[in-house]
Write a protein that binds this ligand. Structure first.
Ligand code: SAM
Ligand code: SF4
Length: 329
């Protein structure tokens, strides 16, 4: 198993399949994009499947979540999912995506064995979408979310980040829309992981702000949040049920003590935390012919050193060198 010195066990693997993206969300990437990883630096499809196999067979991973960058841009995505679905034990599989291209691929993803999707959508207003993502592709995202539900990639979770003076007034509208379509809505607090290093704590929309805004229209009752376990989202029952809304308050109410994650970047580095400043290279071991047991050992050692907390609240906190899009959110 992947245990750390604080007694946590990682069972949830986030795999970044690419650092590239077709949007430019202002809280994530600069307008001009970033210097992308070169093809030889990226893990191949075979290498990714091999690492996930090692993770489920030797390290106790039960869940694999594909992310990026934009994972739908990875040409071999359907094939990777198909091969991971055939592993023994088979992990639960989900995809975190911006939804562009999902309308076209949802059926193939479902057939390959994908269980669920999380789609990111911050606004219901096309003009705000254009400002936030610097692209005019709002309808494609809405179509992608609808297609995911239609093919049964459910529950479809929708992730929203609220930004001051842009979409911070939209929480109640987003929740009404999500309830109408039976999507599970979760708000994510903006974190200091943007490539431009523009995050300011005093300027972010907090979980408290989101709750206050939702309560102007809805009655919210906390749902067993004291038992939320490793789930990052605190949940509230809306208007007595059955709908729920989640808030992932990584900054103001961190859940590090219950964290069950390990991360793999698209170039084969293990990260113990989104905010870690150290990485452990598995690609070099893979490419130098290391056997599975040796790769598993390196991964275990990396996770053993996982820090107790993200350190966001410490004066010495330094944003990691890799932005969110290159870590895999
Ligand atoms: N491109 C895909 C997407 O947008 O869903 C997957 C990768 S993206 C990095 C994963 C999630 O991270 C998205 O829900 C996005 O909104 C969120 N995200 C990106 N930058 C963030 C930041 N600085 N703070 C909080 N969430 C962020
Ligand atoms: Fe792309 Fe996702 Fe980052 Fe937006 S949040 S720029 S969709 S990687």
């Amino acid at each position: 198993m992947l245990i750390d010195t604080h007694g946590r066990v990682a069972t949830d693997l986030r795999v970044s399949l690419t650092d590239r993206c077709n949007l430019r969300c202002t809280y994530c990437m600069p307008e001009e994009g970033l210097r992308w990883l070169s093809k030889p630096d990226l893990l191949t499809d075979d290498e990714i499947v091999r690492l996930i196999d090692i993770a489920v067979r030797l390290l106790g991973i039960a869940e694999a979540r594909f992310t990026g960058g934009e994972p739908l841009l990875r040409p071999g995505l359907v094939g990777i999912i198909e091969r991971v679905a055939a592993l023994d034990p088979r992990p639960q599989m989900s995809l975190t995506t911006n939804g562009i291209g999902l309308k076209r691929t949802a059926t193939a993803l479902k057939a390959a064995g994908l269980d669920r999707v999380n789609v990111s959508l911050d606004t219901l207003r096309p003009d705000v979408f254009r400002t936030l993502t610097r692209r005019d592709r709002h309808q494609e995202v809405l179509d992608g979310i609808a297609a995911a539900r239609a093919v049964g990639l459910t529950p479809v979770k929708v992730n929203s980040v609220l930004m001051p003076a842009l979409n911070d007034d939209e929480a109640p509208d987003l929740l009404s829309w999500a309830m109408e379509h039976s999507y599970e809505l979760r708000f994510i607090e903006q974190m200091p992981l943007d490539a431009q290093h523009g995050w300011k704590r005093e300027a972010m929309v907090t979980a408290g702000d989101v709750l206050a805004s939702l309560r102007t229209r809805f009655d919210l009752t906390p749902e067993g949040n004291e038992e939320r376990g490793p789930a990052p989202a605190e949940r509230w029952v809306v208007n007595g049920g059955p709908h729920r809304v989640g808030i992932i308050a990584s900054v103001t109410r961190p859940f590090c003590a219950a964290c069950d994650r390990t991360r793999l970047t698209a170039d084969g580095q293990v990260r113990t935390c989104l905010f870690a400043r150290e990485e452990t290279d598995l690609r070099i071991a893979l490419r130098s012919g290391a056997p599975d047991e040796e790769i598993a050992r390196i991964w275990r050692v990396a996770m053993w050193g996982k820090k107790a907390a993200s350190g966001l609240d410490e004066p010495s906190f330094l944003q990691p060198d890799r932005p969110m899009s290159a870590i895999g959110g």
